[in-house]
Ligand binder design. Sequence first.
Ligand code: C2E
Ligand code: CA
Ligand code: CA
Ligand code: CA
Length: 287
Amino acid sequence: AKSAGGNRFELADAEADARAITRHGLTTALPTALERGEFFIEYQPLVHLGDGSVRGAEALVRWLHPQHGVLGPDRFIPLAEHTGLIVPLGRWVLEQSVRQAREWRELHGGAEAVGPLRINVNLSPCQLTHPGLVQDTVDILERTGIEPNALCLEVTESALIGADDDLLKPLRRLAEMGVDIALDDFGTGYSNLANLRRLPVSILKLDRSFTQSMQQFPADPVDLKIVEGIVSLAHSLDLAVTVEGVETGAQAEQLRMMGCDTAQGWYYARPGPPERLHELALVDATG
Ligand code: C2E
Ligand code: CA
Ligand code: CA
Ligand code: CA
């Protein structure tokens, strides 16, 4: 790019080129990465706001790249979606996570007070439109012997905005089987609230941006009202509310008082290896 003060633009171009090259490199490396077992999953606890107990975990995928080290999902999920690798990758994540949930159950003896730990798995919009979704999920649950109601699939609000019946059908089938469907990043997609009744969801996951705005003092009163409104609407529709991005005890307390049911965030734990989740849950169960 030729322009006044061109150096800066050239630098920007060079950076953009480097990013494009990396993107290209990562994209071509994705299929072999799956074959070579370079992906792994971290688990972040889901905590009941009422009593502070660990009720389950969200599975978050990472890539241990031989040259670049650990890459977060934001670096490669969009590429996997673009190339279609997200379907086998997502299936792998689902199977691993459900197996992990069964292992916790065996270790944990099924913590009578709160029931078995639940596992939340993210679903990309591409997986939703893939015809194998329901059968793959049924197969995985049967192979591992986990009841459908220990599994929650998280779908972003934006993926379901304006969704037609064809898109909702597989989710309905899964929900009828007892799998929970959560609407992820809720509050960012401007979906019609009345539309919620049409969706086979049982959990709203309130986007981190709401929790973040509570960090500020004074918290934005409009955001507080919005959260209160969402919680009361959700409860009136029989939906549970999970909040993400809880980083302080003050936020947790505020959200608990506002009636949110479950929380997730660095205040409780960062995503980590499965043993960590097990420890947290165990400490919790034994007091
Ligand atoms: P998400 O589903 O909204 O997941 C929550 C993200 O917030 C995670 O980022 C988590 O590490 C981060 N987080 C958790 N607590 C806190 C907190 O207290 N403060 C802050 N600032 N952040 C927090 P992560 O692991 O980088 O994942 C990013 C996104 O990648 C996820 O957003 C999800 O959309 C996607 N993703 C992750 N794993 C999978 C997967 O297996 N399949 C698909 N399709 N998408 C995935
Ligand atoms: Ca999620
Ligand atoms: Ca989310
Ligand atoms: Ca998010």
